[in-house]
Design a binder for this molecule. Structure first.
Ligand SMILES: Nc1ncnc2c1ncn2[C@@H]1O[C@H](COP(=O)(O)OP(=O)(O)OP(=O)(O)O)[C@@H](O)[C@H]1O
Length: 270
């Protein structure tokens, strides 16, 4: 875990007053409620919060997978809320990578073919070396011809990361990337993400796991669709305590009153 956050100038993704509402009238749920937030360029940010706090919705809005109902989402300088569906689709294929908890690989394709898919979708003919190098970067050079069912869960997730990275996206988004993995496979995936972040890749990751969140440079906490807290350079214990406080509905002030953990009332430390 690095305690200093080495980020390049500017934000990778900027959310300004972003809201996403599901349903209407009395049934309306403000899944994301007026969130203003920057995900730094070249930094790894974890997003945590109680179940239903809006983490996945926020990630989908930030990645342009879902349209917002209010506010602005900027990828670098590009306002995703101001571009049409075709431009957004093209942008998603070239400038964003997305990794899901359940890998979402295509079972009938080999690992190499899965990795080549985003290039083909973007209208490019993949060069063999490009796909090979990307698989090698996730430690799977020798599994190129395997199909997903012939790979372990951890290996499948590494293929999914290679697929997300083959277009060299500005931001890699990951929704619970270790949620379906045992702890040793999770470690391998988290080591890989750490290595990528150290090499300058911007990463935004939703997770329930304090061990995973503590590998990131910063942790943002959501509750009821709002950003309520942030930690920088925190260890797993501190992250777990802070999450427990928000899950218990106590918040930071409540943590002090209830004597839960060591989270304290301080601002994020650097
Ligand atoms: N497609 C949808 N239609 C209606 N409501 C939705 C939809 N998707 C999410 N919601 C609601 O929006 C809120 C936020 O959901 P979201 O999945 O973003 O939370 P989360 O923090 O990722 O939850 P979890 O940790 O359980 O995955 C929840 O109340 C959820 O029920």
């Amino acid at each position: 875990m690095t305690t200093t956050t080495m980020t390049r100038a500017g934000a990778a993704v900027t959310l300004r007053g972003v809201s996403r509402v599901y349903g209407r009238g009395t049934a309306a749920v403000r899944a994301v409620d007026n969130v203003t937030l920057e995900f730094p360029r070249g930094g790894w940010t974890a997003v945590m919060g109680p179940s239903g706090s809006g983490k996945s919705t926020l990630l989908h809005c930030a990645a342009g997978l879902e349209r917002v109902d209010g506010g602005q989402v900027l990828l670098g300088d590009t306002d995703l809320t101001a571009i049409g569906d075709r431009a957004l689709t093209a942008l998603r294929r070239t400038r964003i990578g997305f990794v899901f908890q359940s890998f979402n690989l295509i079972g009938s394709l080999t690992a190499a073919q899965n990795v080549a898919l985003p290039l083909r979708l973007a209208g490019r003919r993949p060069r063999g070396a490009e796909v090979r190098d990307t698989l090698a970067a996730v430690g799977l050079a020798d599994r190129a011809r395997h199909r997903p069912r012939e790979l372990s869960g951890g290996q499948q997730q590494r293929v999914a990361i290679a697929r997300a990275m083959v277009t060299r996206p500005e931001v890699l988004f990951a929704d619970e990337p270790t949620g379906a993995l045992d702890s040793s496979a999770a470690h391998v995936v988290l080591d890989l993400l750490r290595q990528m972040a150290d090499a300058g890749q911007s990463i935004v990751m939703v997770t329930h796991d304090p061990m995973a969140a503590a590998r990131a440079d910063a942790v943002v906490f959501l509750r009821d669709g709002r950003v309520v807290d942030r930690l920088v350079g925190a260890g797993p214990r501190e992250v777990a305590d802070r999450l427990a406080g928000w899950e218990a509905g106590l918040g930071q002030a409540g943590l002090g009153q209830a004597g839960l953990g060591q989270a304290g009332l301080g601002k994020a430390r650097r």
